[in-house]
Design a protein around this ligand. Structure first.
Ligand SMILES: Cc1cc2nc3c(=O)[nH]c(=O)nc-3n(C[C@H](O)[C@H](O)[C@H](O)COP(=O)(O)OP(=O)(O)OC[C@H]3O[C@@H](n4cnc5c(N)ncnc54)[C@H](O)[C@@H]3O)c2cc1C
Length: 387
């Protein structure tokens, strides 16, 4: 990302990268194995991240944030990918959930949630997906019914990142039952609300320290002022507006993961010997790595361009979808090719490449499945009009 940053801002971003790198080295890397066993990152680490200035990096300073922009979030995403620990869902908290509150929250919502999110006192989750509604969000069944000064929320969500730790959940619910996407609202639910219950911390093939969970809402009563933005039925539009940034978060992580995998594989194959020479000296190894490095470089240029466009407010839905679909697709291929060069060691959990492999797999599924991305891209090509 550094290539696109104007000189004047480069020094500040480089300092921020140093801070992030030091924080991850001191407070995260030593605990990764323990957190994978526990199925989640510790609450203390979230607080420490808050103290170190990693939480809400792009939230305005008046709300306790870092006052930066998406490039600061990109630094955090890149550094987490570099250590191979996307499980720590700071990018979700910072660059996906906080923007909903910054852009749509009322003044009172901003004051209540953003400083607490910036300090790590409140860990945030966003709950859209349901057991029977993932790609097709309009089919969601969770209802929020207005009763006097409250909304009463009833329903169930699944696959919710930060589900076990969350203190604040932005819930997508139907406020008008038969209006499809036009009847969806986003409502802030504090997890102390009676009727809120956490289900299983789901067992996954990767990201073992990310608490991806079921959540249950059994007649949860929340004050009407928790409706995000204060106007009902705006949820779908709010979601659609924020999705390009969410997709770019995934693409930035994909590029950084590829770059790290290539670097790790070069180092490994230079040291590992077979048939009397380093693996790196075999022509196959050299060609595989040459191809992987090329793909990573092309992806980097594209994603950096997208970051520039996002900061300038010109990243469109289709381009963000291209970035999410293509980078996550090639991430899978590049990491698979790199893993092969590790031989049996690449299948061992103690080697980062093994985690990179499972982490890459989910990138094509969440944040909108890649098939949905292709639909969005195709729509922008004019096919809808021609049919
Ligand atoms: C680790 C993890 C973390 C997650 N975190 C969150 C979170 O924090 N909050 C949240 O709300 N959700 C979260 N999700 C959910 C995620 O966004 C959904 O899994 C995803 O949107 C796909 O929905 P689905 O699983 O219901 O699949 P489905 O909608 O059932 O789709 C299954 C497959 O069908 C195909 N398909 C579907 N629709 C179409 C179509 N129109 N055209 C062509 N093919 C299609 C695609 O191949 C798709 O992968 C998370 C998921 C995972 C695995």
């Amino acid at each position: 990302m550094d290539a696109i940053v104007p000189k004047a801002e480069a020094a500040e971003l480089a300092l921020f990268r140093d801070t992030v790198r030091r924080f991850l080295g001191d407070h995260v890397v030593p605990h990764i194995a323990t957190w994978r066993q526990a199925g989640m990152v510790s609450r203390a680490a979230w607080r420490e991240a808050g103290r170190a200035g990693l939480l809400c990096a792009s939230v305005p300073a008046e709300y306790g944030g870092g006052g930066g922009d998406f490039r600061h979030e990109a630094v955090i995403i890149e550094e987490l990918a570099r250590i191979g620990f996307g499980d720590f869902a700071i990018p979700l908290h910072n660059a996906i959930i906080a923007p909903y509150i910054v852009h749509y929250g009322t003044a009172a919502q901003k004051r209540r949630y953003l400083p607490a999110m910036a300090s790590g006192e409140m860990i945030a989750a966003i709950a859209m997906t349901e057991p029977d509604a993932g790609s097709d969000l309009q089919a969601m069944r969770t209802r929020a019914v207005r009763e006097g000064d409250h909304f009463v929320i009833h329903g169930q969500k699944t696959f919710i990142s930060n589900g076990q730790l969350a203190d604040l959940v932005i819930v997508a619910a139907k406020t008008r039952a038969d209006a499809g996407g036009k009847g969806i609202s986003l409502i802030a639910v504090e997890t102390t609300a009676p009727g809120f219950r956490r289900g299983r911390n789901l067992e996954k093939i990767g990201k073992h320290a990310q608490d991806t969970s079921e959540l249950f809402f059994d007649e949860v009563r929340v004050p009407a002022e928790n409706l995000l933005g204060g106007v009902p039925d705006q949820g779908f539009v709010q979601l659609m507006r924020q999705l390009p940034q969410e997709r770019l978060v995934i693409a930035v992580g994909a590029v950084a993961a590829m770059e790290a995998a290539v670097a790790e594989t070069i180092a490994y194959t230079e040291n590992r010997r077979a048939f009397g020479k380093a693996l790196f000296e075999f022509q196959n190894t050299r060609f595989v790595l040459a191809e992987a490095a090329t793909v990573a470089r092309v992806a980097r240029v594209f994603v950096d361009d997208c970051i520039g466009k996002l900061c300038a407010g010109t990243l469109d839905v289709a381009t963000a979808a291209m970035a999410k679909y293509w980078t996550s697709d090639v991430q899978g291929k590049v990491i698979d090719a790199c893993q092969q060069l590790f031989g049996g060691y690449g299948y061992m959990a103690e080697y980062p490449i093994a985690h990179r492999y499972t982490d890459a797999r989910v990138q094509r599924i969440y944040g909108g499945a890649n098939e949905i991305m292709k639909e969005l891209i195709a729509r922008s090509l004019g096919g809808e009009k021609k049919r």
